[in-house]
Ligand binder design. Structure first.
Ligand code: 3PY
Length: 259
């Protein structure tokens, strides 16, 4: 994951991934065979419970792709479970303040010399396999290897974005454009055409780049993802499993209607 983000920083192509809303090992295994840098398991909005999160993290990591888990919230016990399953990165929705960002980092780091404030409990049973490491190596390197990404997706988060971006241990800021537009009083799906949302997007991107962090943006197609990469973002998805299924099926079905 980090290599693909560095490649994007050097402008050698975006760090690209897919987004899973459906549960299941075979889905994750199939999607992870397509050549992505990462696959995200969406436990915030997706139909993916704890058991399926474990299955999908295993399926994706054993395909040589980085599993990222979007947690439903930034509570330490949820972050611990996801990291213990073997997530290479966590994405935490709705981070609005520096204090919240600091608490998320604490939950993701083992107490150690360089992270004395870390709160993560020892006992990662399955994570070493997801990194192809021994248990000992995993624990020694997890604070450096596991990446922490927070979502900036509200008016309050935009106000505090410079402070959030500077928090040590936050690797990436990711814009959720639908929630961002919604929190600003607009209809979520109109985000791309709303000047105020796009100004906020520029502010978030600039604060992220100034802090030397990676910037990500949600996208529902390769065209939108490419535009965001050209704008300066490093990390983009290009749709989601449910979009692929519904748009392909309805397009094909539509061709037969009215025959
Ligand atoms: C948003 O667009 O608000 C997201 O969080 C993407 O899932």
């Amino acid at each position: 994951l980090r290599e693909s983000l560095e490649r994007a920083k050097g402008r050698g192509g975006p760090s690209v991934g897919q987004w899973l809303e459906f549960p299941g090992y075979t889905l994750a295994r199939t999607v992870a065979s397509l050549g992505e840098d990462w696959v995200l398991i969406d436990c915030e909005h997706g139909n993916i419970d704890d058991h399926n999160m474990y299955l999908q993290v295993g399926a994706i990591s054993s395909s040589g792709v980085s599993p990222i888990v979007r947690v439903p919230a930034g509570d330490p016990w949820i972050i611990k479970r996801v990291l213990d399953a073997g997530a290479h990165a966590i994405m935490v929705p709705m981070c609005e303040t520096k204090e919240q960002a600091e608490n998320i980092v604490k939950a993701a780091k083992y107490p150690s010399d360089n992270w004395p404030q870390g709160l993560r409990g020892a006992g990662a049973m399955f994570a070493p396999a997801a990194f192809n490491q021994t248990g000992r190596d995993y624990v020694l390197r997890a604070n450096d290897n596991v990446m922490v990404c927070v979502q900036i997706e509200s008016r309050k988060a935009v106000e505090n974005v410079e402070e959030i971006a500077k928090v040590e241990g936050i690797d990436m800021l990711f814009i959720g454009p639908n929630d961002l537009a919604s929190s600003m009083g607009y209809f979520a799906f109109d985000h791309a055409s709303i000047p105020e949302v796009q100004q906020a997007t520029e502010k978030i991107l600039q604060a992220t780049l100034d802090a030397g962090k990676y910037a990500g943006h949600f996208a529902l197609s390769a065209e939108i993802a490419a535009q965001r990469y050209k704008q300066g973002f490093h990390f983009v998805n290009c749709g989601a499993d449910i979009i692929a299924v519904t748009s392909w099926m309805s397009t094909e079905m539509g061709k037969l209607k009215g025959l």
